[in-house]
Design a protein around this ligand. Sequence first.
Ligand code: SAM
Length: 278
Amino acid sequence: MGLFSWLGDDKQTTITQEEIKKESDFSSFKDVTDYIYDKSGIVDLDKRALTASSLQQYAVSEGVYTTKEFIDAMQNKDNFYQDIINIATVNETFFMRELKELEWLVSYIKELDRPLKILSMPCSSGEEIYSILLLLKIENFDINKLDIRGYDINSQAIEKAKNARYNEHSLHKIDTDIKDKYFTSIDKSSYLIDSSIKIIPKFMQQNIFELIDQKNIYDIILSRNMFIYFDEKKRELATNIIANLLKSDGIYIKGHADHISQNQSLEKIKYGIYKKLN
Ligand SMILES: C[S@@+](CC[C@H](N)C(=O)[O-])C[C@H]1O[C@@H](n2cnc3c(N)ncnc32)[C@H](O)[C@@H]1O
């Protein structure tokens, strides 16, 4: 198996650390990680030794041998930057993660009982969105009236979300009876979610920082466990973007470990849940 199997068959390679050292010069690699940080907000990539070395291995496999060539490839070479982002991001997620907030949200959606626009950003491979839809469906709520979207900067995660095929780890918090009712076992280790749920959400590759000009669109935004990869400057910008994307009275749900920046238009209701003021 190649080092980049998660990038697809055509990207597989078996370049070793020794070959990278012999063939390449990434001595000012921080210029590369600064470029990625500016665009995506992801900090400290140069300090994450394994990720930095994976990025360099990938570059060499693509014929890119110096920092200057690396930056040039991110700007001009087809798919190179997206592959770099796919390697650099951590997509860990699972069904029913941080359940208290999801249960609160399900009661809130049932109480409003009207068409709503909901965004999960970052959605990673879709488990968060499908968890909400699953919980609503179990309570006989008509999920067809929801416009629910999932955005994530990682294109591989988005493809996985669209396929809605999950392994045991993703499902480990789901009760067996729910699993049996709403998932079809494809083989010993993967499960497909019920088509009545799969058809509802729309998934798209999207960087939060490219939504800076959009305003007043969503009734509910979940943005959980992304701010942990940002510094204060990017957290502040991301908080403003989320506040602007919300309609007045809209709801924002953050992750347990996320530190959001002070924002005058967001009022805390309880634990990780905020309401946008008028
Ligand atoms: C740990 S996952 C969280 C997924 C899910 N919300 C949860 O809590 O389980 C973090 C996700 O943030 C995404 N991400 C990082 N930077 C991003 C950005 N600038 N715009 C959109 N998504 C981003 C990553 O690709 C990754 O899938």
